[in-house]
Design a protein around this ligand. Structure first.
Ligand SMILES: Nc1ncnc2c1ncn2[C@@H]1O[C@H](COP(=O)(O)OP(=O)(O)OP(=O)(O)O)[C@@H](O)[C@H]1O
Ligand SMILES: [Mg+2]
Length: 270
C-alpha cells in the first residue's frame, strides 16, 4: 500500500485517501532523514517512508528548517503537492510578489526596507498597512490610521529582525480569492469582522469567476507550475482591482467540495 504523508493541514484530509496508508505529521515536531537516497520522516508517533507528500502548511511561522526539508524532499525524488520548486518560490513573500510583477499582473505597490530600524522611512499617508516578514493567515499585518497608532506600532515592531513593507490601505468593496486547481477555477468573496477578510471571516460567497481573472490565475499557475494556487484580489467601489498576493498552500474553507476532491485526486495521481 502506498503511503501519503500529509504535512500539517486539516484532519479531514485523511478521509479523501481511501485505499492508501495515510500518515499526518506536524512540521513543528517531525524530523526528516535521507539515507541511501530514501526519505524517512520521524516523530513521536513513529517513522514513515512516504511515496508522496501533501504539503498543507498553514499559518505556521516560516523557518529556515522548512526550506531544508523541502530541499531534502526534492533530493529524495518523492513527489510533493505543490512541487518543491513551486513551494520554494512562494515561500518568501518578496519573491512571490516579484513573480506576480514579472508576469505583468496588477500587484499592489509597496515600500520596503530590509530591517525594522528603517520603518520610519516607510511612512505613507494614513491609512496604510504594515506587513512584516513571511507570515500567513493575516499574521504580521497591521492597519495604521493615526499618528499615535503609528508611534505605538513602530516601538513594538522595532524588536523584530525581519524585513518590512508598507502599502496603501485599499478601502475595498470585495476581497475575492481566485482558486485554481488543475484546470478548474473558482472565485469566492470573503468578509471579515474587521479589515482582514481572512481573519475572523464572517461570510463566504462563491461567485462566478470573471474571464479576465480566470486567465490571470491560469497564467500564474502555468508560470509557477502549480497544481494549486490562489490569488487574493481587492476590488474597490469604482471597480478597480489589485492583487495582494498569491498563495500556493491556500486554505479551502468556503470553497465547494469539488475543490477538495480535485486536489486529493492530484495527490493520488502522483
Ligand atoms: N493593503 C491592503 N488594503 C486593504 N486590505 C488589505 C490590505 N492588505 C491586506 N488586506 C486584508 O488583509 C487580508 C490578509 O492580507 P494578505 O492576503 O496580504 O496576507 P495573509 O492573509 O496573511 O496571507 P495568506 O493569504 O497567504 O494567508 C487580505 O485578504 C485583505 O482582506
Ligand atoms: Mg491572503
Amino acid at each position: 500500500m502506498k503511503t501519503i504523508l500529509i504535512i500539517n493541514g486539516e484532519k479531514y484530509w485523511k478521509d479523501y485517501f481511501a485505499g492508501f496508508n495515510v500518515v499526518q505529521k506536524k512540521i513543528q515536531t517531525a524530523e526528516f532523514i535521507v539515507k541511501d537516497s530514501s526519505l524517512y520522516v520521524h516523530d513521536a508517533d513513529g517513522v514513515c517512508q512516504p511515496n508522496v507528500i501533501f504539503w498543507r502548511l498553514g499559518a505556521v511561522n516560516p523557518e529556515a528548517k522548512h526550506r531544508n526539508i523541502l530541499e531534502l524532499i526534492e533530493y529524495s525524488g518523492v513527489p510533493c503537492v505543490n512541487s518543491v520548486s513551486t513551494l520554494l518560490m512562494g515561500y518568501e513573500r518578496l519573491s512571490m510578489l516579484n513573480g506576480l510583477k514579472k508576469l505583468g499582473l496588477p500587484v499592489i505597490d509597496f515600500n520596503a526596507a530590509t530591517n525594522l530600524t528603517q520603518l520610519k522611512n516607510l511612512e505613507m499617508q494614513f491609512p496604510f498597512v504594515v506587513k512584516v516578514g513571511n507570515h500567513h493567515g493575516g499574521y504580521g499585518k497591521s492597519l495604521v490610521s493615526t499618528d499615535e497608532q503609528w508611534e505605538e506600532l513602530k516601538d513594538l515592531l522595532f524588536i523584530h529582525q525581519d524585513y518590512v513593507t508598507t502599502e496603501k490601505f485599499i478601502n475595498y468593496k470585495y476581497d475575492i480569492r481566485y482558486l485554481a486547481i488543475n484546470d478548474k477555477v473558482w472565485a469566492m468573496k470573503r468578509k471579515g469582522k474587521y479589515w482582514k477578510a481572512n481573519s475572523l471571516t464572517q461570510e463566504y460567497q462563491i461567485i462566478e469567476p470573471e474571464k479576465e481573472w480566470i486567465e490571470n490565475v491560469k497564467l500564474l499557475q502555468e508560470n509557477i507550475k502549480a497544481d494549486i494556487v490562489a490569488i487574493d484580489v481587492l476590488e474597490t467601489e469604482n471597480g478597480e482591482k489589485v492583487i495582494l498576493e498569491y498563495n500556493d498552500i491556500p486554505g479551502l474553507s468556503g470553497f465547494p467540495e469539488d475543490a477538495k476532491l480535485e486536489l486529493s485526486s492530484i495527490v493520488k495521481s502522483k
